[in-house]
Design a protein around this ligand. Structure first.
Ligand SMILES: Nc1ncnc2c1ncn2[C@@H]1O[C@H](COP(=O)(O)OP(=O)(O)OP(=O)(O)O)[C@@H](O)[C@H]1O
Ligand SMILES: [Mg+2]
Length: 274
């Protein structure tokens, strides 16, 4: 069954059309990467999948049912900017969602409930390789470790869908590679459906099973808000050549060199090691 169906989706803020006529079917277990020019509506699309924003028109279905109009435990999200609380340790940051859900006034659990939340949070920290840092505060963690913490937080509710908005954009290349390994591993082991926005086309090609490009198909320079972006490419990955890579890169104005050989090579390494 399709995990997510998007039918003739439109989103406008006032007179500004951001997205127009977006159609999409995503199967459970897909790893969808999303690229597109800055401001074309990628984050807006993700926030609609999260339930933080409502479509202006059209339908968003999850497992065949209308997407709930608010964020729920079935969807976890990681944004580019760290979403962790500076005054809580790594462990309490991961526990917090559970504590707030079950004890909205105090934000704290006691006794057996607290122990269970704690054990679960430790398990999540282990899943992202942060078990040694459970007692540390965010300021004592590196950028990569803070993003891992945000991922642990997002996984705490066992979401089926993981939404990632440029989660590794601020990280050094070496750390990014570690994070790629981590996210692929979590995706496989937990059977997640992933939507990940990236500014790095290479990352998009290398990580996903499917790449979406958001772009405007029509534009009026006199009225920039008149038309929105839609999905202009929807590519099953593994079927890419240099020409297509270049075409996409140019269509979204991304300044990277074609490096399809690099991607193919990395995919082979990944496949062998999995
Ligand atoms: N809450 C809002 N109210 C009004 N306009 C908004 C709101 N959120 C987003 N927009 C507008 O919608 C458009 C798309 O924004 P969005 O953040 O989705 O772009 P993006 O593709 O994620 O860009 P980037 O790559 O820079 O992150 C922008 O013009 C933005 O100003
Ligand atoms: Mg964005």
């Amino acid at each position: 069954m399709s995990a997510v169906q998007v039918r003739q989706l439109w989103k406008a803020y006032g007179d500004d059309v951001v997205l127009e006529n977006v159609n999409l079917e995503v199967r459970s277990g897909d790893f969808v990467t999303i690229v597109g020019a800055s401001g074309c509506g990628k984050t807006t699309f993700l926030r609609m999948l999260l339930g933080e924003e409502a479509p202006s028109r059209g339908e968003l279905l999850m497992d065949g049912r209308t997407m709930p109009g608010e964020p729920g435990p079935d969807r976890g999200v990681v944004f580019q900017k760290y979403s962790v609380f500076p005054h809580l340790t790594a462990l309490r940051n991961v526990m917090l969602g559970e504590e707030l859900a079950r004890s909205p006034l105090l934000g704290r659990l006691f006794g057996g409930a607290r122990r269970r939340a704690r054990d679960k949070a430790m398990e999540m920290l282990e899943a992202v390789g942060l078990e040694q840092a459970a007692g540390k505060y965010p300021a004592e963690l590196s950028g990569g470790m803070q993003q891992r913490l945000a991922i642990a937080q997002a996984l705490m509710k066992n979401p089926k869908i993981l939404l990632l908005d440029e989660p590794f954009g601020a990280l050094d290349p070496g750390i990014r590679k570690d994070m790629h390994g981590l996210i692929l591993d979590l995706w496989r082991r937990r059977g997640l459906t992933v939507f990940m926005i990236t500014h790095d086309l290479k990352e998009g090609f290398y990580l996903g099973t499917r790449l979406l490009v958001f772009d405007k198909v029509r534009d009026d320079p006199q009225a920039p808000g008149a038309y929105g972006a839609t999905i202009t490419y929807d590519i099953p990955l593994g079927e890419t050549d240099d020409g297509l890579y270049r075409e996409i890169r140019e269509s979204v104005g991304l300044p990277e060199e074609p490096d399809v050989a690099f991607i193919a090579e990395h995919r082979e390494i990944e496949e062998k090691s999995s």
